[in-house]
Design a binder for this molecule. Structure first.
Ligand code: HEC
Ligand code: HEC
Ligand code: HEC
Ligand code: HEC
Ligand code: HEC
Ligand code: HEC
Ligand code: HEC
Ligand code: HEC
Ligand code: HEC
Ligand code: HEC
Length: 330
């Protein structure tokens, strides 16, 4: 805040005294939660009722919808509106100075307004005063924390239904900053996340948070699990095995062959076949090297080559449990 603390304090106390003397701002019967604290803490207003006198439904800046959120459940002792938690000012900071206009007719804003101009640390500190539970364990030092993303860049705490918490509306919130991922989810092969392509079936089955922990996680890329493979096994458990004959790159990392969001090659693959396999396999013993050009007409007509590709024979590319499946052909 730019103004000097002394003046601020003077203004705060004056407005509070006036409020007490003239019953200013008392919209309803006294006794809103937190009332009794104000005697010791003049920097706070007299609580939610005082704020709602000016911010009720229909006013210039209505704030009533916050009561429809889980934070409005006053029976929860840790709710902002529970006894002793300073109601609106649990988030907006001590704001008695905001209640009354100054002499020049202007109104000082509350201590925390969550505007873009406010430092992100100030904004997030307001939320973290209550939300240091397990859900935010990985937040300090997470990518979003380091990139100075504010809690309220994703969360709309005043909305009855915070869009980021619902599967159908969540991706749009993320796409505000993650345009590239929006494009990926529009490709022909993609995980069925809402917003991919409305005309395709299965759209809206998954949200970003089926794989990512936006508050930071133990794995790479904010994944919920420790490794990419563990993340994939959550839903594609049959790829975990165990297999009698493993295929090394599958055990190592699914992203050797797949992209997670969307691809223009079928099955979310990183490359077309047979080039996919030929990135690692080139041998002259059989068709694995056919695309060198030898064996093609007019010189030759290798029947294993024409119209065929590796997966026609090596069908068990993720691993085989057949005693004779060492080369993944069954
Ligand atoms: C006497 C009427 C009145 C009371 C009481 C009041 N406000 Fe306001 N408030 C306003 C008006 C009017 C605005 C619109 C901005 C302006 O004119 O400065 C506003 C704006 C705000 C803003 C937006 C500030 C910004 O710059 O974006 C917040 C947040 C806010 N009030 C919170 C509160 C809280 C919390 C309380 C209770 C501690 C409260 N208000 C009590 C009249 C009031
Ligand atoms: C859980 C924290 C939290 C609580 C509790 C809370 N607010 Fe807010 N308030 C915010 C945040 C965050 C914003 C900024 C919203 C945004 O950027 O979309 C905001 C914005 C506002 C605004 C500006 C809205 C606008 O249209 O510009 C007003 C006014 C306001 N709050 C008043 C209140 C009042 C009155 C209460 C108590 C009834 C209250 N708030 C309780 C977090 C809170
Ligand atoms: C005074 C304590 C307090 C403060 C400050 C606070 N919250 Fe909450 N919040 C709660 C309580 C209590 C709940 C309901 C129980 C729960 O889900 O943990 C809650 C729930 C939530 C939820 C889950 C809503 C749902 O429907 O599941 C979100 C998201 C949230 N808060 C975000 C925020 C953000 C963002 C801020 C800062 C702008 C903030 N909170 C500030 C106490 C607080
Ligand atoms: C990048 C976007 C993003 C940011 C930034 C973010 N959240 Fe969340 N938050 C989410 C999403 C998405 C969910 C729903 C998680 C789910 O469904 O698994 C969520 C859920 C929550 C919940 C309810 C579930 C739980 O984990 O307890 C709370 C409370 C919450 N966030 C608080 C916060 C606070 C506090 C901050 C800032 C320190 C914050 N969030 C920052 C996206 C975000
Ligand atoms: C306000 C902007 C903003 C929003 C909204 C946002 N992010 Fe981010 N996110 C960033 C920035 C900045 C980075 C770091 C640069 C990058 O990787 O693009 C990042 C990085 C990430 C990363 C990579 C993390 C890493 O360590 O590599 C993931 C995953 C991610 N965000 C997921 C999400 C999800 C899921 C949502 C929605 C719930 C979301 N983000 C919403 C700004 C945002
Ligand atoms: C099926 C699981 C899954 C879903 C759903 C998913 N992601 Fe990812 N995402 C991943 C994996 C795995 C990576 C890591 C890729 C790597 O490092 O090779 C990743 C990486 C990222 C990154 C880091 C940059 C990059 O592309 O490597 C961002 C940002 C990101 N995801 C955002 C999102 C957003 C936004 C959504 C929702 C619209 C989303 N993701 C949905 C699995 C998923
Ligand atoms: C939260 C569950 C979930 C997770 C985690 C998950 N998937 Fe999927 N995956 C699905 C669903 C659902 C489909 C679509 C099935 C359908 O359309 O019939 C799918 C489809 C696929 C497809 C076929 C795509 C196509 O075009 O037909 C591939 C390949 C795939 N996933 C790979 C992966 C990889 C690799 C990972 C790890 C990065 C992963 N999946 C993580 C749920 C998940
Ligand atoms: C060596 C490359 C390679 C690796 C590594 C790989 N895949 Fe695949 N995957 C493929 C190919 C090729 C297909 C297409 C299969 C087909 O056409 O029958 C495929 C198809 C899929 C499909 C869709 C068809 C099906 O079988 O259900 C899923 C799901 C899938 N892979 C998941 C995974 C997971 C999870 C991992 C990591 C454990 C993984 N893949 C690692 C090459 C690979
Ligand atoms: C990222 C590199 C990589 C890719 C891509 C890859 N492989 Fe492999 N593959 C390996 C490695 C490493 C082995 C193990 C070699 C060993 O044990 O000597 C292996 C083993 C095999 C084997 C068994 C060989 C043996 O001697 O046991 C077959 C068959 C095979 N791969 C087929 C394929 C097919 C078909 C594709 C394309 C769908 C493919 N591979 C893609 C790396 C890869
Ligand atoms: C017409 C069927 C067929 C096609 C097409 C095919 N393979 Fe094979 N491949 C086989 C058979 C059968 C074996 C086992 C040969 C043996 O045991 O001597 C084999 C063996 C292999 C081996 C293991 C060699 C070793 O040292 O044991 C690899 C690696 C391999 N193929 C890769 C590929 C790749 C890469 C492609 C695509 C470019 C491909 N194959 C296309 C039938 C095929």
């Amino acid at each position: 805040m730019q103004r000097s603390p002394d003046i601020a304090r003077f203004l705060k106390t004056t407005s509070l005294t006036l409020a007490l003397l003239f019953g200013f701002g008392a919209a309803g019967p006294a006794g809103a939660a937190g009332d009794e604290d104000t005697a010791d803490e003049p920097q706070y207003s007299r609580g939610v009722k005082q704020c709602m006198a000016c911010h009720k439904e229909g006013r210039e800046k209505p704030a009533h919808e916050v009561f429809f959120t889980t934070m409005g459940i006053t029976g929860d002792p840790s709710s902002p509106f529970a006894e002793g938690n300073h109601d609106c000012e649990a988030c907006h900071g001590p704001s008695a100075h905001h209640i009354r206009k100054q002499k020049d007719g202007t109104r000082l804003p509350p201590t925390v307004t969550f505007s873009d101009k406010e430092p992100v640390e100030t904004q997030n500190a307001a939320c973290m005063s209550c939300h240091t539970d397990a859900g935010r364990f990985h937040w300090p030092g997470s990518t979003h924390d380091l990139e100075a993303v504010a809690c309220v860049d994703c969360h709309d705490v005043h909305a009855a239904n915070d869009p980021v918490l619902a599967l159908e509306t969540q991706p749009e919130v993320c796409y505000q900053c993650h345009q590239e991922q929006r494009a990926q989810f529009l490709r022909q092969s993609r995980h069925p996340v809402q917003g991919s392509t409305a005309s395709l079936s299965h759209v809206g089955l998954l949200g970003c948070t089926d794989c990512h922990q936006p508050h930071g996680g133990p794995g790479p890329a904010n994944l919920i699990r420790n490794t990419i493979n563990e993340q994939c096994y959550d839903c594609h458990a049959e790829k975990r095995g165990p297999f009698l004959w493993e295929h090394a790159p599958v055990q190592e990392d699914c992203s050797n062959c797949h992209v997670p969001h969307g691809s223009n090659y079928e099955n979310l693959l990183v490359a077309r076949q047979p080039y996919l396999c030929q990135q690692c396999h080139l041998g002259n013993f059989h068709v694995s090297a056919v695309y060198s050009g030898s064996g093609l007409p007019p010189e030759g007509r290798d029947q294993r080559m024409l119209g065929k590709q590796c997966m026609n024979c090596h069908v068990q590319v993720h691993g085989s449990n057949h005693p004779g499946g060492i080369t993944q052909t069954r």
